[in-house]
Design a binder for this molecule. Structure first.
Ligand SMILES: *[C@@H]1O[C@H](CO)[C@@H](O)[C@H](O)[C@H]1NC(C)=O
Length: 202
């Protein structure tokens, strides 16, 4: 099936935010547009959401076009649903190298991306391996716009805390280079709350 045409047709939604005083419109790709499988189950939690957690996918690697990014979403969802046995793709959202925001579980849905924080965070995956390289500016802008959108609409708490995945679990995620980068983002906290992974459920 040619998914690229579906994507273009459905990518009419935009996330509008005023980031640093400039109106930005970031294309938003809802689940239908990347042909997501239905979640096995959906569990919600109340907002406003206190944490934003940044991830990288590591694999799949960076995607550059809409169709590549849709493929990346499908492969992550398949891996999480089939191999991991989770309800759905683990993340709340992902950002592609095409500069677009891809809907994962969405806001206020319990995720599977950061144990103990899945019911109080937005998990944003920057698709790619950002150990050595920094995600391009369009990806960073898209992630920040999504956060700003959440805050403006009172979905994310105005005093939210932003962290990298490695601050709550022993992992190199979100990649050394990206982890350095997010330390300059608004609301970053150096908090550390890592526990023995054997003592908790994923
Ligand atoms: C954010 O504000 C809420 C409500 O006033 C408060 O309960 C919470 O402790 C604050 N969180 C931080 C990180 O300051």
């Amino acid at each position: 099936m040619d998914r690229s045409s579906i994507t273009v047709a459905a990518a009419v939604t935009v996330v509008k935010t005023t980031l640093n005083g400039t109106l930005r419109e970031v294309p938003y790709i809802p689940r239908e547009a990347w042909d997501a499988k239905p979640p096995k189950s959906v569990e919600k939690f109340a907002g406003p959401i206190p944490y934003v957690i940044i991830h990288h996918s590591y694999q799949p690697g960076a995607c550059l076009t809409g169709s590549e990014c849709c493929e990346a979403m499908l492969s992550m969802q398949k891996f999480h649903q089939q191999d991991r046995g989770w309800n759905d793709i683990g993340y709340s959202f992902a950002v592609g190298g095409d500069g677009r925001i891809y809907e994962g579980r969405g806001f206020n849905v319990v995720g599977a991306h950061a144990p103990r924080y899945n019911d109080k965070s937005v998990g944003i995956c920057m698709i790619g391996d950002w150990t050595v390289n920094l995600p391009p500016e369009n990806m960073i802008a898209a992630a920040q716009s999504l956060i700003e959108y959440g805050v403006r609409n009172n979905i994310i708490a105005s005093n939210y805390t932003l962290i990298g995945h490695r601050q709550v679990r022993p992992t190199e995620c979100p990649g050394e280079r990206l982890f350095k980068e997010i330390q300059s983002w608004p609301h970053y906290s150096p908090m550390l709350d890592v526990v023995d992974p054997n003592s908790i459920r994923t």
